[in-house]
Design a protein around this ligand. Structure first.
Ligand code: NI
Length: 140
C-alpha cells in the first residue's frame, strides 16, 4: 500500500461531566494555589468536545478508512456511557486515584479506545475542555 494513501478520519463526540482537581498529598492551601477554581470542593462541570482520530489506509473495496458508524458506537459504548453526566472523581473508576485533568482524561480515553480499535490504525485523542483549552494525546 502506498503511504501517500494514509488518511485520517475524525469522529467528534460530546459529553458533559463534573470534576475537581485536587492532589491528596498536598495541603488545602497548596491545592488552592495550584488548581484555583478547579479545586472547588463542590465540583464544577465542563462541556467536553472529544475528537477521535484514526489514521490508516482506505479499504480498497469500501473506500473507507473506518466505518464511522462503528467508530461512533465504540466511542459511545466506551466513553460517552461512562463519562456523560457523571462526576468523574466519584463515578468513574479510572479517576479514583487519578486527577481528572484534561490531560489525564484524554489519556484514559485513549487507553479505553485502544482496546477496541484494531492496531493497524493509529489512534489520537483531542479533548476540548473549553473552547480555548485543548489537550492532544498522541498515544504511541
Ligand atoms: Ni475544570
Amino acid at each position: 500500500m502506498f503511504d501517500l494513501m494514509r488518511t485520517a478520519v475524525i469522529r467528534k463526540e460530546h459529553f458533559n461531566a463534573a470534576h475537581r482537581l485536587y492532589n491528596p498529598d498536598w495541603s488545602d492551601k497548596k491545592n488552592d494555589r495550584v488548581f484555583g477554581k478547579c479545586n472547588n470542593p463542590n465540583f464544577h462541570g465542563h462541556n467536553y468536545e472529544l475528537l477521535v482520530k484514526l489514521i490508516g489506509h482506505p479499504d480498497p473495496e469500501t473506500g473507507y478508512v473506518y466505518d464511522m458508524k462503528q467508530l461512533s458506537d465504540v466511542i459511545r459504548e466506551e466513553i460517552i456511557t461512562a463519562f456523560d453526566h457523571r462526576n468523574l472523581n466519584r463515578d468513574v473508576p479510572e479517576f479514583q486515584q487519578l486527577n481528572p485533568t484534561a490531560e489525564n482524561i484524554a489519556m484514559v480515553i485513549w487507553q479505553k479506545l485502544r482496546k477496541r480499535i484494531d492496531l493497524q490504525y493509529e489512534l489520537k485523542i483531542t479533548l476540548y475542555e473549553t473552547e480555548r483549552n485543548i489537550v492532544e494525546y498522541p498515544g504511541e
